[in-house]
Design a protein around this ligand. Structure first.
Ligand SMILES: Cc1cc2nc3c(=O)[nH]c(=O)nc-3n(C[C@H](O)[C@H](O)[C@H](O)COP(=O)(O)OP(=O)(O)OC[C@H]3O[C@@H](n4cnc5c(N)ncnc54)[C@H](O)[C@@H]3O)c2cc1C
Length: 385
């Protein structure tokens, strides 16, 4: 009998895990990869789409193109999960595994912030990015706020990147003098584990006249008065609001009992990513391991789980524990990319080493994307995002 691995969610974590297991076992394993969407989109591609740097069609990587032995992709929505039985019910049937991997990411909930849907925009979904692509050309003058609305959100550098890219966009259109840009964020500095990266981002903001408001969230918008209300009670006028919506644990995961509530990310063993249910793992944004919500950490977690499955099936030594380490690229605008190498779990406190923006890092980021697509989909794709 082949070992059956059911992977819920074909994002960074699910795709990485599936690829490693397929490469290791080929047809000798049975992997079912389930996702409600028909294509994968990198988080950073949403910035490209909103600023018109790439057409939306270019950044979708179709799951039907996955060519991997031992892997079956099922496009369907997961309706319920029974972790004790390692079983998931979907619109396309019920799937049971010897191993169940929950990699369903974080859900985005714009409606959780009063006034955001009616009076603002978000750039955390593809549809939000596409809507902004059409809105930005009409932004001529006034105040733009890039505002984070919850404490836990994907890709901590993304709001800063959005502000820096907005600066370039408005400058190119000759509208920068008539506009103001502010960033509101729950942290005291843009990238808390890396003072050097934070300092570089704050210097870039200062150079470009971008205002940074730390230790704050936007808790509501009042579209009638065009003001954003911060968690410290201050009101900020806005013409254009670019929001990072509230993130929450997918409802199906909460209903399964794997998470206690919509803001309680799935508890896991920090070394192995296993949940309290034997043979059930939670990788990526959905877990509460303590790393930021970013693709590189989802990928690192998937590697640890894959190593555990390989060791279990081949009888090898126990894999090394998860270290929560990864490198995040940071768009600095002016066609420059920097990098921060962070390590969350191996030392007494998180650390982050800053690599200043360079052309070499622009190329490295492009290679980061294209190498994943090649590895995950099993064939080079003509368009990469
Ligand atoms: C603007 C922006 C920029 C970013 N930039 C970066 C970056 O530069 N570097 C970086 O590392 N990370 C970046 N990220 C973060 C990164 O995209 C996420 O952290 C990463 O995708 C998380 O991987 P995951 O596998 O946990 O979840 P995801 O990649 O979100 O995958 C979860 C999958 O589960 C599926 N799913 C959810 N619910 C169901 C259901 N009920 N049934 C079936 N399928 C379901 C979803 O369709 C999705 O495909 C960025 C994010 C944003 C929004």
């Amino acid at each position: 009998m082949k070992t059956r691995v059911v992977v819920l969610g074909a994002g960074f974590g699910g795709l990485e895990l599936t690829s490693i297991l397929s490469d290791a076992f080929g047809d000798a394993i049975e992997i079912t990869l389930i996702d409600k969407e028909d294509a994968f989109v990198f988080g950073f591609s949403k910035l490209d789409v909103m600023f018109g740097r790439r057409p939306a069609a270019d950044v979708h990587h179709r799951y039907r193109d996955i060519v991997k032995p031992g892997v079956r992709f099922v496009r369907s929505r997961v309706r319920s999960i029974d972790p004790a039985a390692r079983r998931a019910v979907t619109d396309a049937g019920t799937f049971e595994g010897d191993v169940l991997v929950v990699a369903l990411g974080a859900d985005i909930d714009p409606a959780a912030t009063l006034g955001l849907v009616e009076g603002g925009h978000e750039f955390y979904t593809v549809s939000g990015a596409i809507a902004l692509r059409d809105v930005l050309p009409r932004f001529e003058r006034g105040e733009a706020i890039v505002g984070v609305t919850g404490k836990s959100f994907k890709c901590p550098p993304a709001p800063s990147e959005a502000a820096l890219l907005l600066h370039d966009y408005l400058t190119a259109r000759g509208r920068r003098e008539a506009t103001k840009i502010s960033v509101v964020m729950p942290f005291g500095t843009p990238i808390p584990p890396s003072p050097d990266t934070s300092q570089a981002i704050l210097a870039a903001f200062a150079e470009r006249g971008i205002t940074f408001v730390g230790d704050n969230q936007v808790q509501a918008l009042d579209p009638a008065r065009n003001v954003a209300v911060r968690s410290d009670g201050t009101e900020m006028p806005y013409t254009l609001f670019l929001g990072v919506p509230v993130h929450r644990v997918p409802a199906v995961v909460v209903e399964s009992g794997l998470a206690a509530d919509p803001y309680g990310w799935v508890p896991v063993n920090k070394s192995t990513l296993e949940t309290v249910f034997p043979g059930v793992y939670a990788v990526g944004d959905v877990n509460g391991v303590g790393t930021p919500k970013a693709g590189v950490f989802a990928e690192g977690a998937a590697r640890v789980v894959a190593a555990a499955i390989i060791a279990q099936l081949r009888g090898g030594p126990k894999p090394s524990p998860y270290t929560g380490a990864g490198s995040c690229y940071v768009e600095f605008g002016h066609d420059q990319v920097g990098r921060v190498d962070v390590d969350f779990l191996s030392g007494p406190k998180p650390t982050g080493i800053f690599r200043p923006p360079s052309e070499a890092l622009v190329a490295e980021k492009a290679d980061f994307g294209s190498s994943r697509i090649k590895r995950w989909f099993g064939q080079p794709q003509p368009l990469l995002g």
